[in-house]
Ligand binder design. Sequence first.
Ligand SMILES: Nc1ncnc2c1ncn2[C@@H]1O[C@H](COP(=O)(O)OP(=O)(O)OP(=O)(O)O)[C@@H](O)[C@H]1O
Ligand SMILES: [Mg+2]
Length: 222
Amino acid sequence: MPIVIEAKDISKSIDNAYHKVSILNSISININKREFISIMGPSGSGKSTLLNILGGLDSQYEGGLTILGQSMQNLNGKEMVTFRRQHIGMIFQDFNLIESMTVEENLKLPLLFSRIKNYGDEKIGCFLNKVGMYEKRREKCSLLSGGEKQRTAIARALILEPELILADEPTGSLDSKNGHKVMDLLRRINEDSGTTIVVVTHDQNMAEYGEKILLLKDGTFI
Ligand SMILES: Nc1ncnc2c1ncn2[C@@H]1O[C@H](COP(=O)(O)OP(=O)(O)OP(=O)(O)O)[C@@H](O)[C@H]1O
Ligand SMILES: [Mg+2]
């Protein structure tokens, strides 16, 4: 099974005014294609910090990180942005949608940033259908419910068909019913497309969608 994420001895610390504060402490992990992994841990244990490193949003760390065979250390900032756009979809607790735009317009943003011009409306419609947002495609995002916003954000993460999806508390702003709907959707994407998924969550019920649950405490897996 091809390895999607190979992280070796990832450490991160931050210098505050008085001393060095360790946030991640020698984390090693291999994640294979098609795996669905949940990461749990108390607040402040370093979950978001780790996910941002795995997603190439943060390059200030020590250790080795290879994603889809590409060593992250060998990429400069611009190459990293391109790599991320091509291969990684990210989902966040607070959706990160442009609220003044419609569902469809938000979905078109990754295409715009990647300068993809001939992406068919039919294909966009297909992703909207997948997340159950086709009927609301012309609705402004500010008017959507939390669950609808997150399903829109998932469609946006999917539009460039990434091999890897990283989700930081994707159900954190949702009630339990909508939370399960979002996790069901992620599971379906994992099963149908073989997309590798890593979800960070506080919620044991949501973590159980993963085939493996990793526990992070004080910057290290236990
Ligand atoms: N840029 C930063 N400067 C200083 N400290 C930071 C920085 N980023 C994170 N930290 C600290 O690192 C620790 C881990 O933060 P992180 O956001 O990764 O935790 P988390 O597990 O995602 O928590 P939560 O469950 O509350 O989201 C925290 O103690 C936080 O205060
Ligand atoms: Mg966090």
